[in-house]
Design a protein around this ligand. Structure first.
Ligand SMILES: Cc1cc2nc3c(=O)[nH]c(=O)nc-3n(C[C@H](O)[C@H](O)[C@H](O)COP(=O)(O)OP(=O)(O)OC[C@H]3O[C@@H](n4cnc5c(N)ncnc54)[C@H](O)[C@@H]3O)c2cc1C
Length: 389
């Protein structure tokens, strides 16, 4: 289903209200306290479910709104008006859960859609991040299931109700470099599944980042997600949407920084006049305004290609490979531009920009993480250059 222009405008307006009235007022407190109060979090999820935002990425046949990638990206742009950790109430079910069997759907996907259960996505390990194929966590076949041994780190929402865990289940297939990897659904409380301590980050303080340990942890066959050996291919299926969502968010975040900096420059008087009167500052504002405009064009173009690809019958994994160059350009450009804009915003705010009293300090720290997750800058340059040569 594609929304009419009016329906999309309505949905964007609802999203804008939710972001500005409910999320933005929480930003400072959750960053200072490095957590969101669990009751507040539950109520935000309930509101997001009610507004249709929580499962905004879910197709109609699984109970979602079936939005196009472009429409989803527009929602992410609206969420750019708030801090990254609070975006976890938008489009929350991980794409890989769409592979659930009927039985798994009842226990995992449906409770995530309704906000009753939290999930986490556990792929990265201390020794394998960009190169997932180097993962060491292993799942050995035993009667009735698998035994998982290994560890993961930097897992967002690591203490969630269940984890989607990736583990090596076999050597590389003929002619392949990466081993066979299988995805598993592992419930919190399963013997041998240990949730480690918090890992503190430069920004996104409110996010629950954890190490996870698997010590001979038994997982029954019915908790294999998708086909055995297809874990990395399934993970790839989410790449197109996740990267474009993040790029859309970056566009919105840049608009916020331009607006905060413009307002500040009009009010801040230095050497007898507002700094907005000074050409050095005005040109900085102009350079900042160029970035979201250009990034938006790249992001919308990539979303258009993906939507056309979908309409032509391409699977999500095929979208990620066919339009990998454009998706990577959009993600790389939007997130690096956001970092440039955040740096200029701090500069325009002077000492106030470095002070925790003003939001630009936090937005500057927030921006940095976006160049690392969902593919680092260098990974995207690799993808773009592979398409070229
Ligand atoms: C806040 C936060 C939340 C996260 N949440 C999750 C989560 O929920 N689940 C999850 O599974 N993971 C998560 N991650 C992990 C994240 O996906 C990885 O950090 C990311 O993929 C990079 O991997 P790495 O940290 O191991 O860096 P590395 O892969 O070790 O990279 C180190 C450096 O080498 C560069 N590099 C890598 N490959 C190349 C290349 N081919 N050419 C040139 N340079 C290269 C990188 O760009 C980087 O500069 C999270 C990370 C952070 C910081």
């Amino acid at each position: 289903m594609t929304l009419t222009a009016l329906e999309l405008e309505d949905m964007l307006e609802t999203t804008r209200r939710f972001v500005t009235k409910r999320l933005v007022p929480l930003e400072q407190e959750i960053d200072d306290q490095a957590e969101v109060d669990p009751d507040v979090w539950r109520s935000l999820i309930a509101e997001s479910v009610e507004l249709g935002l929580y499962s905004a990425n879910v197709p109609e046949h699984l109970g979602g709104p079936g939005l196009s990638i472009y429409e989803q990206t527009r929602l992410w742009e609206e969420f750019g008006a708030t801090t990254w950790p609070l975006t976890y109430v938008l489009a929350r079910p991980h794409r890989i859960l769409f592979e659930c069997t009927e039985m798994q759907r009842e226990k995992y996907l449906d409770p995530v859609l309704s906000g009753e259960r939290e999930q986490c996505f556990a792929l990265t390990e201390p020794g394998s991040g960009s190169d997932n194929g180097a993962m060491r966590t292993r799942a050995t076949k035993v009667p009735g299931g698998y035994r998982i041994t290994g560890s993961k780190h930097f897992i967002t929402f690591g203490s969630a109700d269940f984890a989607i865990v990736f583990a090596v289940t076999g050597p590389p297939a003929e002619g392949r470099r990466t081993p066979q990897v299988t995805a598993f659904l592992v419930d919190k409380g399963t013997p041998g599944y240990v949730i480690g301590g918090r890992q503190r980050m430069m920004g996104w303080h409110a996010l629950d980042e954890r190490e996870l340990f698997f010590e001979d942890c038994f997982v029954p066959d019915e908790q294999v997600l998708g086909e055995p050996g297809q874990g990395l291919r399934l993970a790839l299926a989410s790449v197109a949407q996740r990267r474009l969502q993040m790029a859309g968010y970056a566009v919105g975040a840049m608009e916020r920084l331009v607006s905060l900096s413009t307002e500040f420059a009009k009010l801040r008087v230095v050497f007898d006049e507002p700094i907005a009167q000074k050409q050095g500052i005005r040109w900085m504002l102009a350079d900042m305004a160029v970035e979201p405009y250009v990034a938006r064009a790249a992001v919308y173009d990539a979303t258009r290609l993906c939507d056309e690809g979908r309409a032509a019958g391409l699977s999500d994994r095929e979208l990620a490979t066919t339009f990998g160059k454009q998706i990577s350009i959009a993600k790389l450009y939007a997130t690096t531009a956001l970092n440039r804009v955040a740096d200029q915003a701090v500069q325009i705010h002077g000492g106030m920009g470095f002070s925790r009293e003003y939001p630009v300090e936090r937005l500057y720290r927030d921006a940095r993480g976006l160049r690392i997750v969902e593919g680092t800058d260098e990974v995207h340059r690799e993808i773009i250059s592979k398409h070229l040569v």
